[in-house]
Design a protein around this ligand. Structure first.
Ligand code: NAD
Length: 250
């Protein structure tokens, strides 16, 4: 698929990787729309892009809000050729804590919230967007941002399970809907140099981590964009999970 003129809808693109993808695809002459739950980030994006990027404020974990927003997007004349499921929350908590029972453990509420954002929303938003692509007989591409934590990362039960689920959905949909002209792929980043990574990890942890990464550095957001562009442009690519991790294996 050609990027120029393609309608690309990105979830959770008010900041971080999603916002970078929105700006880069817009610079590459795609029509870019964003679904973001934070109204201030939506407004900021509209202003900074001088209206070139359209932003709809919506929480992707709320199915009724997703339905209403997708209807508003369609009513505005924005045709979706590519969906990028990027909205996600990174969450770490141990499963049990035998030594200090007062310390935090993985609560059921946090489990639900992480699964709702990182997995349920991918399922629901994709099902609704794909329905519209098929009704309009459009070829379409769905890219979901997974993580190398899908291989199992200690201290990240819900997050790892959600991202493994995203990979499974990608393989499933590629097989189920390939015959209808739709392609599905995931990008599984390792540790990317984003404000959220720097907020979550101390300088000391980051330094130790970089020693474990074969390329000895955090990834940059440009490498995620390069992969997303490749997925959109390569019409024989489907069902793949591209690991962009500097060689780090969890
Ligand atoms: P981030 O926290 O910087 O940005 C996430 C954005 O999504 C925010 O603007 C947030 O408001 C929005 N969002 C969150 N929940 C939402 C919801 N329910 N509805 C709508 N919008 C919502 O995160 P990031 O680091 O840019 O990560 C983006 C994606 O990449 C996530 O799926 C994450 O799991 C994945 N990822 C990131 C890294 C990394 O190193 N940063 C590594 C692996 C995977």
């Amino acid at each position: 698929m050609k990027i120029e003129g393609a309608g690309i809808l990105i979830t959770g693109a008010g900041r971080g990787i999603g916002r970078y993808l929105a700006e880069q695809f817009s610079a590459a002459s795609a029509r870019v729309g964003v679904i973001e739950k934070d109204p201030a980030l939506c407004e900021q994006l509209r202003q900074d892009s001088e209206g070139r990027i359209q932003a709809w404020c919506c929480d992707v974990t709320d199915p009724a809000a997703v339905d209403a927003t997708l209807q508003a997007i369609v009513d505005s004349g924005f045709d979706i050729d590519v969906l990028i499921n990027n909205a996600g929350i990174i969450h770490s908590e141990p499963l049990v804590n035998l030594l200090s029972r007062t310390d935090r453990v993985h609560s059921r509420d946090n489990w639900r919230q992480v699964i709702a954002t990182n997995l349920d929303a991918v399922f629901f938003v994709t099902s609704r967007v794909v329905e519209r692509m098929l009704a309009k007989r459009r070829k379409g591409v769905v890219i979901s941002i997974s993580s190398i934590s899908a291989n199992g990362n200690p201290g990240q039960s819900a997050y790892s399970a959600a991202k493994a689920g995203v990979n499974a959905l990608t393989h499933t949909w590629a097989k189920e809907l390939g015959g209808m002209g739709l392609r599905f792929a995931a990008i599984a980043p390792g540790f990317i140099d984003t404000p959220s990574t720097r907020a979550a990890l101390s300088e000391a942890t980051l330094a130790k981590l970089q020693q474990k990464i074969p390329l000895r550095r955090l990834g940059d957001m440009q490498s995620i964009f390069q992969s997303a562009r490749h997925i959109v442009e390569n019409d024989y690519l489907t069902g793949s999970v591209l690991e962009i991790d500097g060689g780090l294996v969890l």
